[in-house]
Ligand binder design. Structure first.
Ligand code: SHN
Ligand code: NAI
Length: 247
Protein backbone atom coordinates (compact mmCIF):
# COMPACT_ATOMS: atom_id res chain seq x y z
CA UNK A 1 0.00 0.00 0.00
CA UNK A 2 1.24 3.47 -0.86
CA UNK A 3 1.48 5.63 2.25
CA UNK A 4 1.10 9.40 2.45
CA UNK A 5 4.83 9.70 3.19
CA UNK A 6 7.82 10.26 0.87
CA UNK A 7 8.87 7.06 -0.84
CA UNK A 8 12.40 5.95 0.04
CA UNK A 9 14.80 5.94 -2.93
CA UNK A 10 18.02 4.33 -1.62
CA UNK A 11 21.33 4.70 -3.38
CA UNK A 12 21.69 8.46 -2.97
CA UNK A 13 24.13 10.50 -0.89
CA UNK A 14 23.37 12.56 2.18
CA UNK A 15 23.89 16.09 0.88
CA UNK A 16 24.86 18.46 3.70
CA UNK A 17 26.53 21.83 4.15
CA UNK A 18 29.54 20.75 6.20
CA UNK A 19 30.85 23.43 8.56
CA UNK A 20 34.66 23.20 8.42
CA UNK A 21 35.42 26.72 9.68
CA UNK A 22 38.73 26.52 11.59
CA UNK A 23 38.85 22.73 11.22
CA UNK A 24 42.11 21.14 10.16
CA UNK A 25 42.00 19.85 6.61
CA UNK A 26 44.96 17.96 5.19
CA UNK A 27 45.35 18.07 1.40
CA UNK A 28 47.72 15.37 0.14
CA UNK A 29 49.18 16.16 -3.28
CA UNK A 30 49.78 19.46 -5.02
CA UNK A 31 48.53 18.98 -8.59
CA UNK A 32 45.45 20.17 -10.48
CA UNK A 33 42.94 18.21 -8.42
CA UNK A 34 44.55 19.35 -5.14
CA UNK A 35 44.35 22.96 -6.35
CA UNK A 36 40.55 22.60 -6.76
CA UNK A 37 40.17 20.95 -3.35
CA UNK A 38 42.16 23.77 -1.72
CA UNK A 39 39.81 26.41 -3.17
CA UNK A 40 36.78 24.46 -1.94
CA UNK A 41 37.98 24.18 1.67
CA UNK A 42 39.46 27.70 1.87
CA UNK A 43 36.08 29.05 0.75
CA UNK A 44 34.64 27.28 3.79
CA UNK A 45 37.23 28.92 6.11
CA UNK A 46 39.10 25.74 6.99
CA UNK A 47 42.72 25.65 8.22
CA UNK A 48 44.49 23.91 5.39
CA UNK A 49 47.80 22.04 5.31
CA UNK A 50 49.23 20.73 2.03
CA UNK A 51 51.73 17.89 1.94
CA UNK A 52 53.49 17.24 -1.37
CA UNK A 53 57.06 17.32 -2.67
CA UNK A 54 57.79 20.81 -4.05
CA UNK A 55 58.72 19.35 -7.44
CA UNK A 56 55.09 18.20 -7.88
CA UNK A 57 53.38 21.52 -7.09
CA UNK A 58 51.42 23.21 -9.84
CA UNK A 59 51.46 27.02 -10.14
CA UNK A 60 48.18 27.56 -8.30
CA UNK A 61 49.14 25.44 -5.29
CA UNK A 62 52.58 27.12 -5.19
CA UNK A 63 50.77 30.47 -5.16
CA UNK A 64 48.52 29.48 -2.21
CA UNK A 65 51.62 28.42 -0.28
CA UNK A 66 53.51 31.59 -1.12
CA UNK A 67 50.53 33.71 -0.04
CA UNK A 68 50.36 31.81 3.28
CA UNK A 69 46.78 30.79 2.52
CA UNK A 70 47.81 27.24 3.47
CA UNK A 71 50.51 25.61 5.61
CA UNK A 72 52.92 23.49 3.68
CA UNK A 73 55.01 20.34 4.24
CA UNK A 74 57.56 19.72 1.49
CA UNK A 75 57.75 15.93 1.25
CA UNK A 76 55.67 12.84 0.59
CA UNK A 77 52.83 11.92 2.94
CA UNK A 78 53.73 10.30 6.27
CA UNK A 79 51.21 8.74 8.69
CA UNK A 80 52.06 11.27 11.42
CA UNK A 81 50.61 13.99 9.13
CA UNK A 82 47.18 12.74 10.22
CA UNK A 83 47.65 13.76 13.87
CA UNK A 84 44.93 16.22 14.90
CA UNK A 85 43.43 16.33 11.41
CA UNK A 86 39.64 16.60 10.96
CA UNK A 87 39.38 15.84 7.23
CA UNK A 88 41.65 14.42 4.52
CA UNK A 89 41.56 15.20 0.81
CA UNK A 90 44.01 13.05 -1.13
CA UNK A 91 44.84 13.84 -4.76
CA UNK A 92 48.00 11.92 -5.55
CA UNK A 93 48.97 10.10 -8.75
CA UNK A 94 50.01 7.02 -6.79
CA UNK A 95 47.32 4.36 -6.20
CA UNK A 96 49.35 2.59 -3.48
CA UNK A 97 49.77 5.79 -1.50
CA UNK A 98 46.04 6.49 -1.95
CA UNK A 99 45.05 3.14 -0.52
CA UNK A 100 47.46 3.47 2.42
CA UNK A 101 46.07 6.94 3.19
CA UNK A 102 42.49 5.71 3.07
CA UNK A 103 43.18 2.76 5.39
CA UNK A 104 44.88 5.00 7.94
CA UNK A 105 42.01 7.49 7.80
CA UNK A 106 39.50 4.70 8.40
CA UNK A 107 41.48 3.47 11.42
CA UNK A 108 41.60 6.97 12.82
CA UNK A 109 38.00 7.70 11.82
CA UNK A 110 38.99 10.76 9.81
CA UNK A 111 36.56 11.45 6.96
CA UNK A 112 38.43 11.22 3.67
CA UNK A 113 38.04 11.83 -0.04
CA UNK A 114 40.50 9.98 -2.23
CA UNK A 115 40.33 11.48 -5.73
CA UNK A 116 40.04 8.88 -8.47
CA UNK A 117 38.99 6.08 -6.10
CA UNK A 118 35.22 6.39 -5.44
CA UNK A 119 35.09 3.25 -3.23
CA UNK A 120 37.71 4.94 -1.00
CA UNK A 121 35.69 8.08 -0.40
CA UNK A 122 33.63 8.84 2.69
CA UNK A 123 32.16 11.72 0.68
CA UNK A 124 32.27 12.95 -2.90
CA UNK A 125 32.72 16.47 -4.13
CA UNK A 126 30.05 17.96 -6.35
CA UNK A 127 29.80 20.74 -8.86
CA UNK A 128 29.07 23.93 -6.91
CA UNK A 129 27.55 27.26 -7.91
CA UNK A 130 28.37 30.10 -5.51
CA UNK A 131 26.74 33.53 -5.27
CA UNK A 132 27.50 35.21 -1.93
CA UNK A 133 25.83 33.14 0.79
CA UNK A 134 24.09 30.91 -1.78
CA UNK A 135 25.64 27.58 -2.72
CA UNK A 136 24.05 25.01 -4.99
CA UNK A 137 25.69 21.63 -5.32
CA UNK A 138 24.95 19.15 -8.08
CA UNK A 139 25.86 15.50 -7.57
CA UNK A 140 25.44 12.62 -9.98
CA UNK A 141 26.66 10.25 -7.26
CA UNK A 142 29.69 9.20 -9.23
CA UNK A 143 27.81 8.50 -12.45
CA UNK A 144 28.81 11.48 -14.55
CA UNK A 145 31.06 14.20 -13.07
CA UNK A 146 31.15 16.12 -16.36
CA UNK A 147 27.37 16.01 -16.51
CA UNK A 148 27.29 17.41 -12.95
CA UNK A 149 29.29 20.36 -14.30
CA UNK A 150 26.84 20.80 -17.22
CA UNK A 151 23.74 20.63 -14.98
CA UNK A 152 25.31 23.06 -12.50
CA UNK A 153 25.95 25.63 -15.21
CA UNK A 154 22.43 25.22 -16.57
CA UNK A 155 20.90 25.68 -13.10
CA UNK A 156 23.09 28.74 -12.46
CA UNK A 157 22.11 30.37 -15.74
CA UNK A 158 18.42 30.11 -14.84
CA UNK A 159 18.79 31.94 -11.50
CA UNK A 160 17.88 35.60 -11.00
CA UNK A 161 21.07 37.67 -11.00
CA UNK A 162 20.26 39.25 -7.63
CA UNK A 163 19.45 36.07 -5.68
CA UNK A 164 22.73 36.04 -3.73
CA UNK A 165 22.35 39.68 -2.69
CA UNK A 166 18.71 39.12 -1.64
CA UNK A 167 19.71 36.17 0.55
CA UNK A 168 22.44 38.26 2.15
CA UNK A 169 19.91 40.95 3.12
CA UNK A 170 17.50 38.35 4.50
CA UNK A 171 20.37 36.99 6.59
CA UNK A 172 20.87 40.41 8.18
CA UNK A 173 17.13 40.81 8.84
CA UNK A 174 16.90 37.36 10.43
CA UNK A 175 19.76 38.17 12.81
CA UNK A 176 18.02 41.38 13.88
CA UNK A 177 14.75 39.51 14.39
CA UNK A 178 16.45 36.88 16.55
CA UNK A 179 17.89 39.69 18.65
CA UNK A 180 14.52 41.44 18.95
CA UNK A 181 12.59 38.30 19.91
CA UNK A 182 15.15 35.73 21.06
CA UNK A 183 12.85 33.38 22.98
CA UNK A 184 12.38 29.73 22.13
CA UNK A 185 8.63 30.17 22.63
CA UNK A 186 8.61 32.83 19.88
CA UNK A 187 9.87 30.25 17.37
CA UNK A 188 6.69 29.45 15.46
CA UNK A 189 5.62 33.11 15.18
CA UNK A 190 9.13 34.21 14.25
CA UNK A 191 9.39 31.60 11.51
CA UNK A 192 5.93 32.33 10.12
CA UNK A 193 6.64 36.07 9.93
CA UNK A 194 10.03 35.54 8.31
CA UNK A 195 8.52 33.19 5.74
CA UNK A 196 5.88 35.80 4.91
CA UNK A 197 8.54 38.47 4.31
CA UNK A 198 10.37 36.13 1.92
CA UNK A 199 7.16 35.27 0.07
CA UNK A 200 5.69 38.76 -0.16
CA UNK A 201 8.74 40.82 -1.03
CA UNK A 202 10.33 40.60 -4.44
CA UNK A 203 14.04 39.80 -4.71
CA UNK A 204 14.65 43.39 -5.85
CA UNK A 205 12.88 44.72 -2.77
CA UNK A 206 14.88 42.42 -0.48
CA UNK A 207 18.11 43.63 -2.12
CA UNK A 208 17.15 47.25 -1.63
CA UNK A 209 16.24 46.80 2.05
CA UNK A 210 18.43 49.14 4.12
CA UNK A 211 19.22 48.77 7.83
CA UNK A 212 16.72 51.57 8.44
CA UNK A 213 14.02 49.75 6.45
CA UNK A 214 14.72 46.67 8.56
CA UNK A 215 14.22 48.54 11.83
CA UNK A 216 10.85 49.86 10.57
CA UNK A 217 9.82 46.47 9.19
CA UNK A 218 10.63 44.80 12.50
CA UNK A 219 8.18 47.22 14.14
CA UNK A 220 5.43 45.24 12.40
CA UNK A 221 6.52 41.92 13.90
CA UNK A 222 4.42 42.21 17.06
CA UNK A 223 1.04 42.56 15.28
CA UNK A 224 2.28 39.96 12.77
CA UNK A 225 1.93 42.20 9.71
CA UNK A 226 4.22 42.26 6.71
CA UNK A 227 3.86 45.61 4.94
CA UNK A 228 5.32 46.25 1.49
CA UNK A 229 8.66 48.01 1.15
CA UNK A 230 6.73 51.03 -0.10
CA UNK A 231 4.60 51.08 3.07
CA UNK A 232 7.72 50.67 5.20
CA UNK A 233 9.22 53.74 3.58
CA UNK A 234 6.02 55.79 3.91
CA UNK A 235 5.73 54.99 7.60
CA UNK A 236 7.56 57.18 10.10
CA UNK A 237 10.71 55.32 11.03
CA UNK A 238 10.54 54.35 14.67
CA UNK A 239 12.59 52.12 16.91
CA UNK A 240 11.76 48.51 16.34
CA UNK A 241 11.99 47.93 20.06
CA UNK A 242 9.11 50.26 20.83
CA UNK A 243 6.60 47.68 19.74
CA UNK A 244 3.95 47.89 17.02
CA UNK A 245 2.69 50.96 15.28
CA UNK A 246 -0.03 51.39 12.70
CA UNK A 247 -0.03 53.24 9.43
C1 SHN B 1 33.19 10.20 -7.45
C2 SHN B 1 33.90 11.57 -7.56
C3 SHN B 1 34.82 11.63 -6.34
C4 SHN B 1 35.36 13.01 -6.01
O1 SHN B 1 36.28 13.44 -6.73
O2 SHN B 1 34.90 13.60 -5.02
C5 SHN B 1 34.66 11.74 -8.85
C6 SHN B 1 35.40 10.74 -9.46
C7 SHN B 1 36.04 10.79 -10.70
N1 SHN B 1 36.04 11.86 -11.56
C8 SHN B 1 36.70 11.54 -12.71
C9 SHN B 1 36.80 12.34 -13.88
C10 SHN B 1 36.35 13.65 -14.04
N2 SHN B 1 35.97 14.50 -13.01
C11 SHN B 1 35.63 15.70 -13.53
C12 SHN B 1 35.19 16.81 -12.79
C13 SHN B 1 34.68 16.81 -11.50
N3 SHN B 1 34.56 15.70 -10.70
C14 SHN B 1 33.88 15.97 -9.59
C15 SHN B 1 33.49 15.06 -8.63
C16 SHN B 1 33.68 13.69 -8.57
N4 SHN B 1 34.54 13.00 -9.34
C17 SHN B 1 32.95 12.79 -7.61
C18 SHN B 1 31.56 12.41 -8.15
C19 SHN B 1 30.70 13.63 -8.47
C20 SHN B 1 29.43 13.32 -9.21
O3 SHN B 1 29.26 12.22 -9.75
O4 SHN B 1 28.55 14.18 -9.22
C21 SHN B 1 33.44 17.43 -9.59
C22 SHN B 1 31.92 17.45 -9.78
C23 SHN B 1 33.76 18.16 -8.32
C24 SHN B 1 35.21 18.29 -7.97
O5 SHN B 1 36.02 17.41 -8.26
O6 SHN B 1 35.52 19.32 -7.37
C25 SHN B 1 34.21 18.02 -10.81
C26 SHN B 1 33.42 19.04 -11.65
C27 SHN B 1 33.52 20.39 -10.95
C28 SHN B 1 32.80 21.50 -11.58
O7 SHN B 1 32.27 21.46 -12.65
O8 SHN B 1 32.71 22.54 -10.93
C29 SHN B 1 35.78 15.65 -14.96
C30 SHN B 1 35.47 16.80 -15.89
C31 SHN B 1 36.56 17.82 -15.93
O9 SHN B 1 37.65 17.60 -15.37
O10 SHN B 1 36.32 18.85 -16.59
C32 SHN B 1 36.23 14.37 -15.29
C33 SHN B 1 36.45 13.79 -16.69
C34 SHN B 1 35.08 13.52 -17.37
C35 SHN B 1 34.19 12.49 -16.70
O11 SHN B 1 34.67 11.39 -16.38
O12 SHN B 1 33.00 12.81 -16.47
C36 SHN B 1 37.22 10.22 -12.58
C37 SHN B 1 38.09 9.52 -13.61
C38 SHN B 1 37.31 8.66 -14.54
C39 SHN B 1 38.20 7.96 -15.53
O13 SHN B 1 39.38 7.71 -15.23
O14 SHN B 1 37.71 7.64 -16.62
C40 SHN B 1 36.80 9.76 -11.32
C41 SHN B 1 37.03 8.41 -10.73
C42 SHN B 1 35.97 7.42 -11.19
O15 SHN B 1 34.90 7.78 -11.66
O16 SHN B 1 36.28 6.22 -11.03
N1 NAI C 1 37.56 14.62 -9.46
C1 NAI C 1 38.33 13.56 -9.50
O1 NAI C 1 38.13 12.65 -8.72
C2 NAI C 1 39.46 13.49 -10.46
C3 NAI C 1 40.51 12.70 -10.11
N2 NAI C 1 41.63 12.65 -10.85
C4 NAI C 1 42.75 11.82 -10.29
O2 NAI C 1 43.26 12.49 -9.11
C5 NAI C 1 44.65 12.25 -8.96
C6 NAI C 1 45.44 13.54 -8.93
O3 NAI C 1 45.26 14.21 -10.15
P1 NAI C 1 46.13 15.50 -10.56
O4 NAI C 1 46.04 16.50 -9.50
O5 NAI C 1 45.74 15.88 -11.94
O6 NAI C 1 47.59 14.83 -10.60
P2 NAI C 1 49.02 15.49 -10.65
O7 NAI C 1 49.94 14.47 -11.25
O8 NAI C 1 48.95 16.85 -11.24
O9 NAI C 1 49.38 15.67 -9.12
C7 NAI C 1 49.74 14.64 -8.29
C8 NAI C 1 50.33 15.27 -7.05
O10 NAI C 1 50.50 14.30 -6.04
C9 NAI C 1 51.76 14.55 -5.42
N3 NAI C 1 52.17 13.26 -4.80
C10 NAI C 1 52.43 12.09 -5.38
N4 NAI C 1 52.69 11.14 -4.46
C11 NAI C 1 52.58 11.76 -3.24
C12 NAI C 1 52.72 11.33 -1.91
N5 NAI C 1 53.02 10.05 -1.62
N6 NAI C 1 52.54 12.23 -0.91
C13 NAI C 1 52.21 13.51 -1.19
N7 NAI C 1 52.06 13.97 -2.45
C14 NAI C 1 52.25 13.11 -3.46
C15 NAI C 1 52.66 15.03 -6.50
O11 NAI C 1 53.74 15.78 -5.98
C16 NAI C 1 51.69 15.93 -7.25
O12 NAI C 1 51.63 17.22 -6.65
C17 NAI C 1 45.03 11.35 -10.12
O13 NAI C 1 45.00 10.02 -9.66
C18 NAI C 1 43.95 11.60 -11.17
O14 NAI C 1 43.76 10.50 -12.01
C19 NAI C 1 41.73 13.37 -12.00
C20 NAI C 1 40.69 14.17 -12.43
C21 NAI C 1 39.45 14.27 -11.69
Amino acid sequence: MKGPYPEIQGGGSLILAWQVRNKKVLVIGGGDVAAGRIVNVLNADAKVTVVSPRSGLNDEVAYRIEQNQVDYIDRKFEPSDLDGVDMVLAAVDDPEASTQIYKLCQEKRIPANIADVPPECDFYFGSVHRDGPLQIMVSTNGNGPKLANIVRRQVASSLPSNIGAAIQRVGVLRKKLRKLVPGQEEGPKRMQWMSKVCEQWSLDELCEMTEEDMEVLLGFYEPGDVPSLEAVRLGEPQGAYDGPFLI
